[in-house]
Design a protein around this ligand. Structure first.
Ligand SMILES: [Zn+2]
Length: 246
C-alpha cells in the first residue's frame, strides 16, 4: 500500500472505497492487508476506525473491529472467527462514518483547546486521548484552576465559531524543524529516519505535527463543554471536554 492508498491521511472525508485483498499478516490477531483503505489505524490519541467489508462476488460481509499500523501497511482486525477473505478478493470497504466524523470533530476540538491554552496561558501540551465526542488533554499548566474552566470554554467556543480553516500539510523534515510552533509540541522527539512531517494547522490558532483525521473547518465542531480538570501533580493538569451535542 503506498501512502496515496492510505486515504485517511490524505482525505479525512473518504468514507468508502473498493479494494483488493493483498494477504493476511499472521499474528494475534491476524491482520487483513488491502491494496487501499479508508481505515485510520489509530495513533496520536485518536482510536482506530471500525467498519465493514463487503465481498462483491457473493455479498458476504465482515465486521472490522479495529485497524493498526503493521510495517508501512494498515492491517484490519476482523471480528469473530469466520473464514477471512482471500488474496485477490474485491471488497467494498466502509468505515463507521458517524463514529469517525465524531472523532474528527473531537480531535479538532482538542487542537483548538491546545491553541487557546498555549496562546493565552503559555501552557504546553504533554499528551491526550479521545473517544467519539469526548477527550482529554494534559498540560504543563501550573495556574490551571476551577476559576479558569468557564473562561477557557468560552475562548475555545469563540475560536470554533469563528470558522477557522483546518489544513493538512506535509513538510520536509528540515522545514518542519525550523517552525517554532512545531518545536513547542515536541516535534524533536520524532525518530531520525522520518523524512517528512505531517502537520495539522488550525489557521491562525494552532499548528502541530499530527497523523490524525480532522474536520476541514472549526465550525463543523460546533461547541464544546469543559467538563472538568484534574491535577496530576503541581504542574501537570488534565482538562476534559465533551462536544456539546455528543
Ligand atoms: Zn492531534
Amino acid at each position: 500500500m503506498t501512502a496515496e492508498d492510505q486515504l485517511s491521511f490524505t482525505d479525512a472525508y473518504a468514507r468508502s472505497t473498493v479494494a483488493r485483498v493483498r494477504g493476511i499478516e499472521q499474528g494475534d490477531p491476524p491482520l487483513l492487508i488491502l491494496d487501499r483503505t479508508v481505515f485510520y489505524p489509530g495513533g496520536g490519541g485518536q482510536p482506530a476506525d471500525r467498519g465493514t467489508l463487503l465481498r462483491a462476488s457473493d455479498g458476504r460481509t465482515w465486521t472490522v473491529s479495529s485497524a493498526r499500523k503493521v510495517g508501512g501497511e494498515i492491517g484490519h482486525v476482523l471480528d469473530g472467527d469466520a473464514e477471512a477473505p482471500v488474496e485477490g478478493d474485491e471488497l467494498q470497504v466502509d468505515i463507521d462514518w458517524a463514529r469517525r466524523y465524531e472523532l474528527m470533530r473531537t480531535h479538532t476540538a482538542l487542537h483548538a483547546l491546545c491553541g487557546v491554552v498555549w496562546r493565552d496561558y503559555g501552557a504546553q501540551v504533554t499528551g491526550g486521548n479521545m473517544e467519539p465526542g469526548l477527550g482529554r488533554m494534559d498540560f504543563e499548566f501550573e495556574r490551571m484552576g476551577g476559576e479558569l474552566v468557564d473562561e477557557i470554554e468560552a475562548k475555545v467556543n469563540a475560536e470554533l465559531a469563528s470558522a477557522r480553516e483546518v489544513r493538512v500539510n506535509v513538510l520536509p523534515r528540515d522545514e518542519a524543524f525550523a517552525i517554532p510552533d512545531l518545536i513547542r509540541t515536541k516535534i524533536n522527539l520524532l525518530p531520525p529516519g522520518i523524512e517528512t512531517v505531517r502537520t495539522i494547522e488550525i489557521v491562525g490558532l494552532d499548528l502541530q505535527a499530527d497523523g490524525g483525521t480532522h474536520v476541514s473547518n472549526t465550525r463543523e465542531v460546533g461547541r464544546i463543554r469543559v467538563t472538568g480538570y484534574e491535577s496530576k501533580g503541581r504542574i501537570n493538569k488534565r482538562i476534559r471536554i465533551t462536544l456539546e451535542d455528543a
